[in-house]
Design a protein around this ligand. Structure first.
Ligand SMILES: Cc1cc2nc3c(=O)[nH]c(=O)nc-3n(C[C@H](O)[C@H](O)[C@H](O)COP(=O)(O)OP(=O)(O)OC[C@H]3O[C@@H](n4cnc5c(N)ncnc54)[C@H](O)[C@@H]3O)c2cc1C
Length: 376
């Protein structure tokens, strides 16, 4: 039986562990805290699922495939993990990122519609769109209950036979190689045919060669009237302003936040309190777009982190024979997890090579894959 150690039980590591266990691998999943612990990126209350990725068809197709994966997962879990509330993109220019997205979605056969900004009042109890060129409506996009989905995935992995080990893993060097297919967990050695380091924002602290910088990202939720709940109110993204959010899910309020990168951050010991400036930035966006929410009180906030690559492409790379790095999600990896797990399992099974875009080469800075057309 082929064996693998997956380090990191965020949504990427947990989904991969589940997938590999179900396809006959003997899997050990190592996590320094608990699946769903609040420092991990996957423990955000919610994450958006969208297929629009500008002119990129690869991620658009993967997100569409992942949507079916989430549906299967919720059937197995017997609970709602994905609210398909749809998503409205606020396009500021007639032929920019949103237009490119619409072209790709149409080519892939994924539903979308271009609408006049005046139609925004169909989706939101209160809406101001006089600065917009058009709206792009993605009816099958929506909101994932991220932290819960991560706990469910890790639980299903254990049920499928994955051995979950709690501890902090470090790489083990060989006589003539910096890394081997062994890890040390709090001093105890573990070995397998393959090792996958799916360590999120902790990855650059373990491997100098990864092109990843880590930034602090503040998320703010506001107390809103019940009409602003999901699924009645859809998700929304203003790519040109790097602003996004969605209606209330699970009573934590309406999310309104920024995708622009924050200051450098250390995920284990960095402060978990949001900056006053992040609250003000979110509020000023609400004031502009949904004026009646301008004075809504903050109900809930969360600090998370982005492990950013310069071009927002992920890292899926074999760093030494049998030793794989899986990371650099750049703030847009959650939605893809069930489909990405299948893709990475195919790589480990030798069915296909990873795309060259995921390698450890020098990257040309670009932000088109994120929900963020604008710097900080
Ligand atoms: C504010 C914010 C908003 C986002 N919005 C979206 C969105 O709308 N849609 C979307 O698709 N994505 C979004 N993302 C990105 C998404 O959250 C991530 O892509 C995804 O959660 C990454 O999962 P992961 O498993 O790679 O990392 P993580 O969830 O961070 O998990 C990594 C795990 O590895 C463990 N670990 C690290 N080092 C070790 C070690 N040495 N030994 C043992 N364990 C270790 C950590 O404890 C951690 O649990 C957002 C991210 C943030 C921060």
């Amino acid at each position: 039986m082929k064996s693998v150690i997956v380090v990191g039980a965020g949504i990427w590591g947990s989904s991969l562990a589940l997938r590999l266990a179900e396809s006959g691998w003997q899997v050990t999943l190592v996590e320094q805290h608990k699946p769903g612990h609040v420092r991990q990126a996957s423990a955000g209350e919610t994450r958006l699922l969208r297929c629009a990725h500008g002119s990129d068809a690869w991620y658009a197709g993967l997100a569409w495939q992942a949507r079916s994966g989430w549906r299967r997962l919720e059937e197995r879990a017997g609970e709602r993990l994905y609210h398909e509330a749809g998503m409205v993109w606020f396009a500021r220019t007639p032929d920019g990122w949103e237009r490119a997205s619409a072209r790709v979605l149409k080519e892939l056969g994924i539903d979308c519609e271009l609408l006049d900004p005046a139609e925004g009042s169909r989706f939101f109890p209160d809406f101001r769109g006089d600065d917009l060129s058009f709206l792009l409506w993605e009816p099958h996009a929506g909101v994932l209950r991220a932290r819960r989905a991560t706990q469910v995935t890790a639980g299903l992995a254990v049920e499928a036979g994955v051995r979950l080990v709690r501890g902090r893993a470090v790489p083990v060097a060989g006589d003539d190689a910096p890394y081997t297919n062994a890890v040390e967990v709090d001093g105890a050695p573990l070995r397998a045919d393959r090792v996958v380091w799916a360590c999120g924002a902790w990855l650059p602290g373990l491997f100098d060669e990864v092109p990843i910088t880590v930034t602090k990202q503040d998320t703010v939720h506001f107390a809103v009237p019940s009409a602003w709940s999901v699924p009645e109110t859809p998700a929304w993204v203003d790519y040109g302003a790097s602003a996004y959010g969605h209606g209330d899910v699970d009573g934590v309020g309406m999310k309104a936040t920024s995708d622009a990168e924050g200051p450098p951050y250390e995920p284990e010991h960095g402060p978990r309190a949001v900056d006053a400036g992040s609250v003000e930035q979110a509020r000023s966006y609400l004031r502009r777009r949904f004026p009646t929410l301008a004075d809504s009180p903050v109900l809930f906030s969360q600090v998370c982190q982005y492990p950013l690559t310069p071009d927002a492409e992920w890292v899926i790379a074999e760093i030494s024979p049998g030793v794989w790095l899986l990371g650099g999600d750049s703030g847009h990896g959650f939605k893809h997890a069930p489909a990405l797990a299948g893709y990475v399992a195919g790589v480990l099974d030798g069915d296909h090579e990873p795309e060259p875009r995921f390698g450890l080469h020098d990257r040309t800075p670009s932000r088109g894959l994120r929900t963020s057309g604008q710097v900080g």
